[in-house]
Design a protein around this ligand. Structure first.
Ligand code: CDP
Ligand code: MG
Length: 137
């Protein structure tokens, strides 16, 4: 069965949306395989967002992502990688459709970063890479 990595970001945790996000995962029929609340370290963040580390806005992302605990997990189900991305909606909440997590619970970029409630791996290869970084070390 396909697996993907997901995370409820600090804004989602602070706003009390852990239950809401997990409810959507379960209601869809996906299975929560792993779940872990933790603070992100700079090292883990740089590995997780390795393609963004050199961007000028990375310090803003780092400040946001380390501003409080996250809930990281693995979910499984048929074509879960693509489906979970669809359930998240577009990166910029202003472009995310109603009915998606980002379209229902977030608005505009906030400060220097885009605070958009939750994360999902963008491909099978990313899912394997992120699961290894977060859960197999
Ligand atoms: O999360 P997603 O895969 O949709 O987007 P990404 O392009 O992989 O970027 C990862 C995360 O970095 C986003 O979800 C935003 O939280 C943040 N980001 C940002 O704050 N400003 C940007 N210009 C791009 C991304
Ligand atoms: Mg991404």
């Amino acid at each position: 069965m396909e697996k993907t990595f997901f995370m409820i970001k600090p804004d989602g945790v602070k706003r009390g949306l852990i239950g809401e996000v997990l409810h959507r995962i379960e209601r869809r029929g996906f299975v929560i395989e792993e779940l872990d609340m933790r603070m992100i370290t700079q090292d883990l963040l740089e590995e997780h967002y390795s393609e963004l580390v050199d961007k000028p806005f990375f310090p803003s992302i780092a400040e946001f992502m380390m501003s409080g605990p996250v809930v990281a997990g693995i979910i499984s189900g048929p074509e879960v990688v693509k489906s979970w991305r669809e359930m998240l909606g577009a990166t910029n909440p202003l472009e995310a459709h109603p009915g998606t997590i980002r379209g229902d619970f977030a608005t505009a970029p906030n400060g220097g970063s885009i605070q958009n409630i939750a994360h999902g791996s963008d491909s099978l290869a990313s899912a394997e890479r992120e699961i290894a970084i977060w859960f197999e070390k």
